[in-house]
Design a protein around this ligand. Structure first.
Ligand code: FAD
Length: 325
């Protein structure tokens, strides 16, 4: 399992970096119309409600702001992470160095077409599913209950056994790491199970054209309701989580493996394996990233020891996770 672990830095180095961050934040704020925050707690921006501060947190007002932010990061040599609703990430307790860019609630325009939609990356999937029901377009039903944005869904190829978002992409507009706009075809995302190459190309998706099928509204609504009920019966939707922590191996669901191994209810501090779904690790209120990481490592070892199954992370570890985690 790739732990993505980074080490924490010594205090004097942190103090110097802090001064540089303040200067960079002030310089960036002068260039933008959108908001720039220093030391923004990432727990506020993740569905796990876990995560230390982002050095510089930016909410661009428009495309010009976003391009300026990307170029600023490139010119200053600062890491830059675009996030959506933070529903597939575990941010370390020591936070994120460099820039974090949150597109939502801007970049959320949606234009419905006869056989699809043009959708901003900041738009929530929940809104898309609801509006697709209203206009009678089928294809997005499997996204019901996924609490992410279109951008996050396109990056992770979010979906279920009934379909993934990548299946719907006709083309998309992305901003490359030089701040230049590019048009991508669906093939350029190289979609696989919970994978796209947006990460490796360091591009940010701005909007996408999704292809959908005209259908009777009542049929779309009925399918959405069926899938919603199925999800509600199986998943702890009110708990603070990031959904399934591990990807499903080919032959068997990760949740089943962990359930059979007796993982449900196991705790590390306030991090707990859900009693409803063993692949959902939940924050019972005050869990730290360190505790969640310990629980993840424990569950991984359990599946490996009992069944020889090497579970792979579905969630992404972001930022600095200290050595003791
Ligand atoms: C209760 C619950 C149920 C869930 N069920 C499912 C499910 O059934 N299927 C499933 O696949 N997932 C599921 N998830 C996980 C998660 O909701 C999805 O992966 C979602 O698509 C992530 O979207 P986000 O906006 O929250 O992305 P984030 O978590 O903010 O980001 C995820 C990744 O996408 C990148 N990213 C975000 N926006 C952009 C952008 N504009 N351009 C480039 N990269 C970007 C980020 O850098 C990061 O690497 C669930 C989560 C929860 C909490």
């Amino acid at each position: 399992m790739n732990t993505g672990q980074q080490t924490c830095v010594a205090a004097p180095v942190v103090a110097k970096a802090r001064r540089q961050t303040e200067l960079a934040g002030a310089e960036l704020a002068k260039l933008l119309r959108g908001r720039v925050h220093l030391d923004e707690p990432m727990a506020r921006h993740t569905t796990f409600r876990i995560g230390g501060p982002a050095d510089i947190f930016v909410q661009p007002h428009d495309m010009e702001d976003l391009a300026a932010t990307i170029r600023f990061a490139r010119d200053k040599g600062l890491p830059c992470k675009v996030i959506g609703n933070g529903s597939n990430v575990l941010v370390g307790d020591a936070g994120i160095r460099g820039l974090v860019v949150r597109l939502a609630p801007k970049f959320s325009d949606v234009e419905w077409l006869e056989d699809g939609a043009l959708v901003g990356a900041g738009a929530r999937l929940a809104r898309l599913v609801k509006e697709a029901c209203e206009v009678g377009l089928s294809g997005l039903e499997s996204a019901v209950g996924i609490p992410g944005t279109l951008g996050g869904a396109l990056a992770t190829n979010a979906g279920t056994d009934t379909g993934s978002i990548g299946d719907l992409v006709a083309r998309a507009t992305v901003l490359d790491h030089d701040g230049e706009l590019r048009e991508w075809t669906a093939e350029q995302f190289a979609y696989r199970y919970r994978y796209s190459n947006l990460h490796s190309s360091r591009a940010s998706v701005i909007c996408a054209h999704l292809r959908l099928e005209p259908a009777a509204k009542e049929d779309v609504v009925a399918k959405v309701n069926r899938l919603k009920a199925k999800r509600a019966g199986r998943q702890p939707l009110r708990a603070w989580s990031a959904g399934s922590v591990f990807k499903n191996p080919r032959a068997v669901a990760a949740g089943k493996v962990l359930d059979r191994a007796g993982a449900k209810g196991h705790r590390m501090g306030a991090a707990e394996v859900s009693r409803k779904h063993a692949n959902f690790l939940i924050n019972r209120g005050s869990a730290t990233a360190a505790q969640m990481r310990e629980l993840i490592a424990w569950a991984h070892e359990l599946a490996l020891g009992r069944y020889g199954i090497d579970l792979e992370l579905e969630i992404e570890l972001v930022g600095e996770h200290c050595n003791h985690e």
